[in-house]
Design a protein around this ligand. Structure first.
Ligand code: PGA
Length: 305
């Protein structure tokens, strides 16, 4: 009977109404909720027609809440409070979860995985995390053998049944030494890159694969001077003036100059890529891994590809 009382009222409409009533106008509420004004207006109209009485009336440039609106606001506040209690109950239950979580990350993820993991291990002290860092080819072979619960990588392989969720952007930048003449320039044509010596990660690296694919797409033959087996080795070699390199933005300090590096503004860069969290679609996802995915969904900004 309760469920049928207001079949058209949704949580989203109530959230919009609460924001409009609290902030005193649709414009401010829309901004706070990251919605458009027409969306909020439509939600208010639908709510008004489901409830059957005026909840807000125009007043000057804003809106005024009616007595019925005030009653609804009190009801919503009580509902939200109950919801918060429910959520904290869920959290308490989750904190009791015990288990292990095996994650494989490609080498470049070592620059941010610890930040993902710290709040997670604090919140779920019963979950033991085992993190393996390898280059892309090795992570792919671990996925083939189902050695881990989850893997974090840029380019999920297509030959393994995987479920892959894009999380966070992974811009691949072209870096040079701080003293490079291009460091101060704004728009360098891509074809100029053919004359510059390039430093590349080892075969098997996903960064190398993405960089070579990008150059091939633009019909540019790279002048590879040296191959190095880690991002740190690449950064030091670039800073020493051995050549330029394509590196994930996450592998470079917020201020690249601190490492004697400059991000070069060459056309086409940064190459736009995303990180993905993947797991075998044909295997049962262990509870701890499902909890980690849920945590990531809330904690890390998901940007769809
Ligand atoms: P890698 O990582 O260059 O460290 O292998 C990139 C990737 O494949 O995600």
């Amino acid at each position: 009977m309760y469920l049928n009382a207001y079949p058209k009222v949704t949580f989203v409409q109530l959230r919009s109404f609460e924001a409009v009533a609290r902030l005193g106008g649709i414009t401010r509420a829309a901004a706070a909720l990251h919605l458009t004004q027409p969306t909020v207006s439509t939600q208010l109209k639908e709510l008004r027609s489901a409830v059957g009485v005026d909840l807000l009336v125009p007043a000057g440039r804003g809106v005024r809440i009616t007595d019925a609106g005030r009653d609804l606001l009190a009801t919503i506040e009580a509902m939200f409070e109950s919801w918060r209690e429910f959520e904290s109950g869920i959290l308490d239950r989750q904190q009791m979860i015990r288990g292990s979580l095996k994650i494989a990350g490609v080498t470049t993820t070592e620059y941010f995985l610890a930040q993902w993991l710290k709040p997670f291990v604090d919140a779920f002290p019963g979950i033991d995390v085992d993190l393996v860092i390898e280059n892309r080819d090795k992570v792919v072979s671990r996925l083939e053998n189902a050695q881990d619960d989850l893997a974090v990588m840029m380019t999920p392989p297509l030959h393994i049944p995987l479920s892959a969720t894009p999380v966070m952007e992974n811009p691949l930048c072209l870096v040079g030494p701080l003293a490079h003449p291009w460091a101060a320039r704004r728009a360098i044509p891509l074809k100029k890159l053919a004359d510059e010596p390039l430093l590349m990660r080892e075969p098997g690296s996903g960064t190398r694969q993405a960089a070579l694919e990008f150059l091939a797409e633009h019909e540019l033959t790279p002048n590879i001077r040296m191959t190095l087996g880690s991002n740190e080795a690449i950064k030091h070699a670039v800073a020493a003036g051995l050549g330029l390199a394509v590196v994930s933005r996450h592998a470079i300090a917020p201020d690249p100059a601190a490492d004697n590096l400059a991000i070069l503004k060459v056309a086409g860069f940064p190459i736009s890529r995303h990180w993905h969290v993947v797991h075998r679609a044909d295997r049962r996802l262990p509870r701890a891994a499902a909890v980690f995915l849920q945590y990531l969904d809330q904690a890390v900004s998901i940007s769809a590809t």
